[in-house]
Each structure stands twice: as structure tokens, then as C-alpha cells.
Design a protein. Structure first.
Length: 299
């Protein structure tokens, strides 16, 4: 069954394009750029094709084209002009718009072309922090408001994950040079949101540390095995959904019990759920970070 979203409200179009609903209505009336269907109560409803066209028009408009000129361009030529702009422009806003267009169209080649264009004058780390993080935050809000479907979010998230993994793999053939710490990035059991953790793993490896990446949904008892082989382990976890508010302090207490016989335990935590941690009861070996940048600075 195809569960992709097939119709969009004018508010959806505003959220995705950044163009105010009032302006969209003017463009419809004055330039006939979009032709929405209407419900019995006269509420506008837009197809995927209309959304795609608006995103293309927005890219041209933000690229310096006047809306009156865009309205005169043959419809089949608009995507070609958009790709030219994407190829020539390295701006943050253009790139985010291009990635959103790639997401809506499930267009991997557009994603890759936009990404490769950014690589000409940015490092991967700069692309992730300056482009991907704002994009992911925006897409999270769009998904929560039902503007985009889960399929769209998964598509773009998986492409970003691929880039993190590829760039991490390029570094992994180099022997670690920093021996004072060994990192164990992991997510607690039932936590599957791993983009942040994947990127932290990239930064760890980039800085010459050994990383034992365990990934998603790791039962706590499985962490014991790593402690049998290495001293001075630093466990790192990104808590987005679990442990839940009522369980997170118990989780840390259980972790302290598990590592009681270990010489030098360290647990670094960040993510939304850390706001529920009672810091005055924290063991000394637990460090809470409010942002990814804080963790990177500590490495």
C-alpha cells in the first residue's frame, strides 16, 4: 500500500517552501502559478505536483528571478533552471531548499549533486553542522505537524547517514593516535535515533581516538563485554526518546551499579531526555552535555 502523502494544505506549502500563505495566494491569482483543488467548504488542496512546482519556483525566486519572469518560463524548463542554480550556488538556504526538493521527489541524484557541490568549498563536518543539522531540525518539525510523511523523513535521513558512514570509513584505516581514551558510542535499548551518535562517532575517529561503535538499541548488560578488554572506556550515548522521563535516573543508577568494579568508568550523555536527569544525584563519572558542539570541544 502506498502511504505517501498525496495532498497538501496551503499551510503545508508555507512550511515547506518558506513562502507565506498570503504570498502563495497572490502568486496563484496574479500569475496562475498553481491550480489548487478546493473542498466543498472552499479550502485549497494541493497535489504533490503543485508542491514540487512551488519548491522549484521558490528556488528560482530566492535565486534572484522575479516572480513575473518565472511565470513566463515554460513549465518543462523550470526544473532545468533549478538544477543550474543548485549547481552554481553554495548558500545554506539554497542547499536546504534543494535537499527538501530532493526529499519530496525521492530524488537521490539531486541530493548527491547538491552534496557534491557543497564539498567543493566545505568539509564534511561543516556540511553536517551548517546544513544537515538545521535541515534535520526543520524536517523534524515538518514531520510532527504532518506536513511530510514518515517515508520522506526516512529517505533523507538514510541518505545523510550514508554520508556519515562513508566519511567515517575513510578515516578508519588510520591507526588511532590518541591512546588516553577509548570511546564506546551506543544507544540504550529501544532507542533507534542514531544520526547524532553516528556523527559523534565520526568526530571521535577524526580526532584519532579508537571507537567501539555499538549503535542502536544496546541492552546495558551487553556493555559489560567491552569492559573486559579495555581500561579508561568512555561510553557515549545520545538520548532522544529513551530512557523516558520516569526511568532515566534509574538507568544511570543501574549503569553505576554495572560499572562498580571497573577502574575508571566514564559516561557522557546528551540529547533531549537529559533534561529529566537530577544532576545533584549524579555520580562523578557521568557528564551531561547540552549540545553536540560541547562534546566535540571536550574530545
Amino acid at each position: 500500500m502506498n502511504n505517501h502523502k498525496k495532498s497538501f494544505s496551503i499551510r503545508d506549502l508555507e512550511n515547506l517552501s518558506g513562502i507565506k500563505a498570503h504570498t502563495i495566494r497572490i502568486w496563484e491569482k496574479r500569475y496562475n502559478l498553481l491550480s489548487p483543488e478546493r473542498t466543498r467548504t472552499n479550502i485549497r488542496s494541493y497535489s504533490v505536483t503543485s508542491l514540487q512546482k512551488l519548491l522549484n519556483v521558490t528556488l528560482l525566486y530566492n535565486g534572484g528571478y522575479k516572480i513575473s519572469k518565472i511565470a513566463k518560463i515554460p513549465e518543462k524548463n523550470i526544473p532545468l533552471l533549478v538544477r543550474e542554480i543548485i549547481a552554481d550556488s553554495k548558500s545554506k538556504n539554497h542547499s536546504i531548499s534543494a535537499f527538501k526538493l530532493a526529499m519530496i521527489n525521492f530524488d537521490q541524484s539531486l541530493f548527491t549533486k547538491t552534496y557534491n557541490g557543497l564539498l567543493t568549498d566545505r568539509s564534511f563536518g561543516e556540511i553536517f553542522r551548517d546544513i544537515f543539522i538545521p535541515l534535520l531540525k526543520e524536517l523534524g518539525m515538518l514531520w510532527q505537524t504532518d506536513t511530510i510523511s514518515a517515508a520522506h523523513e526516512h529517505f533523507i535521513s538514510c541518505l545523510i547517514k550514508q554520508k556519515i558512514v562513508i566519511n567515517t570509513e575513510k578515516l578508519q584505516h588510520i591507526e588511532p593516535v590518541n591512546k588516553d581514551k577509548i570511546f564506546v558510542p551506543f544507544l540504550p535499548e529501544n532507542e533507534i535515533h542514531d544520526i547524532g551518535l553516528l556523527y559523534l562517532n565520526y568526530e571521535i575517529v577524526l580526532r584519532g581516538y579508537k571507537s567501539i561503535y555499538l549503535g542502536q538499541t544496546v541492552p546495558m548488560e551487553n556493555l559489560v563485554d567491552t569492559m573486559k578488554y579495555f581500561d579508561n572506556l568512555h561510553f557515549v550515548s545520545y538520548l532522544t526518546v529513551v530512557p523516558t522521563k520516569d526511568k532515566i535516573n534509574g538507568y544511570i543508577k543501574d549503569f553505576a551499579t554495572m560499572t562498580k568494579g571497573y577502574t575508571n568508568p566514564n559516561l557522557w550523555l546528551l540529547g533531549r531526555q537529559t533534561q529529566h536527569i537530577v544532576e545533584k544525584t549524579l555520580p562523578d563519572f557521568v557528564k551531561i552535555f547540552t549540545s553536540m558542539d560541547q562534546v566535540i570541544e571536550r574530545l
